[in-house]
Unconditional design. Structure first.
Length: 271
């Protein structure tokens, strides 16, 4: 029986409601899963046939340490997703190099475009941390400047009103096969709580969304156990990438029957 580590942080029972579902599906595929904290110095990663990066949601404040860990693991086991993918994906400046339509982004605190409403966030972040939404151009610039002063790269984007009506569409792929897609609740809608932000509903993606998502994946040569591509529509109706999640995305396994089994099948194929 193959053995794979499910890399997480802290106590997964308190924050990761996909772990048990994933591990049960792995067992159905003859894969024994072990839950391990990524930063536990006592773990022998070489004892696993593969290490699957999952709910490592504390890496943002420890990115250098986390990336060093991915490189060490990759020397003794199969890391999924690969260390090179994770390094690139944990800094959202990757959006500049995707070669596909993305949400317009200004990468400086200076000479901000004149938009009706702004979203300002750091390029290295997760879960809308240190992110603001404002109609005040001066406030947007001040927040971007504060990020720069802290040594962080700011991302200044227009807030897209249609996100509230249509939402973000997240397409989830396992070993490059589309598993399912969901409509996610906008994270910056006033009055939303953390629980609200976790809500989603299954959605059938439009052909132009699938075409864009698969163009993104085609440009990545490395093996990908999982990928979540978050799309929105621009004011002209065309789809654009708002984020490419290749490190530790929530996969919405509970929303689609068979999604956990598809993940396990993909893992078996890559071992």
């Amino acid at each position: 029986m193959a053995t794979c580590a499910y890399a997480t942080f802290d106590d997964p029972d308190t924050h990761d409601d996909e772990r048990e579902l994933a591990l049960a599906a792995w067992r159905e595929q003859g894969i024994e899963g072990g839950t391990e904290r990524w930063d536990d110095p006592g773990v022998d990663w070489s004892a696993y046939d593969a290490v699957v990066v999952r709910s490592v949601w504390d890496y943002v404040d420890r990115r250098a340490e986390f990336l060093a860990w991915t490189r060490r693991v990759e020397q003794v086991s199969r890391l999924l997703n690969p260390a090179s993918v994770i390094e690139a994906n944990t800094d959202k400046t990757y959006l500049r190099d995707l070669g596909v339509p993305t949400v317009p982004t200004h990468w400086s605190a200076h000479d901000l475009p004149r938009w009706d409403e702004y979203v300002v966030k750091p390029a290295i972040s997760a879960g809308a941390r240190d992110t603001i939404r404002t109609t005040d151009r001066d406030r947007a610039g001040a927040h971007a400047a504060a990020l720069e002063a802290a040594g962080r790269t700011p991302m200044v984007q227009p807030y897209l009103d249609m996100v509230e009506a249509e939402g973000e569409t997240s397409l989830v792929y396992f070993n490059r096969r589309l598993s399912h897609a969901v409509r996610r609740t906008p994270m910056l809608t006033p009055g939303m709580t953390g629980a609200d932000n976790a809500r989603a509903e299954v959605r059938t993606p439009a052909p132009d969304q699938v075409e864009l998502a698969e163009k993104v994946l085609a440009a990545i040569p490395q093996a990908l156990l999982y990928a979540r591509i978050d799309l929105v529509r621009l004011p002209d109706g065309s789809p654009a990438v708002i984020e490419l999640e290749l490190t530790e995305p929530y996969l919405y396994l509970r929303y689609e029957p068979g999604a956990a089994a598809s993940l396990a099948t993909a893992l078996r194929e890559l071992l």
